[in-house]
Design a protein around this ligand. Structure first.
Ligand SMILES: [Zn+2]
Length: 85
């Protein structure tokens, strides 16, 4: 029997989602609703440490659509945010 290798978890490195799709639009809306406080330490919406879990997941999805973090109002380090599973 042939061994089956699982696919690499590289969603952020390949473009699989359409930037204008309802899913990506919803992620952008979610990001807009979870901004950092002026000091950049907590989320103004949910109070978690910034970036909050919803924001990290939404940013990850936007990256999968090929959107540059800075072009959608996120800090450059958002390119390395990974959702905690
Ligand atoms: Zn939040």
């Amino acid at each position: 029997m042939d061994a089956v290798e699982p696919a690499a978890l590289s969603a952020a490195r390949t473009t699989r989602l359409e930037p204008g799709s309802p899913l990506v639009t919803a992620a952008l809306d979610l990001l807009a609703r979870h901004p950092a406080d002026p000091a950049g330490r907590t989320c103004r919406r949910c109070g978690e440490a910034y970036p909050c879990s919803p924001g990290v997941h939404a940013a990850f999805l936007c990256r999968a659509a090929g959107l540059d973090p800075e072009s959608i109002g996120l800090p450059a380090e958002a390119a390395r945010w990974e959702p905690a599973l």
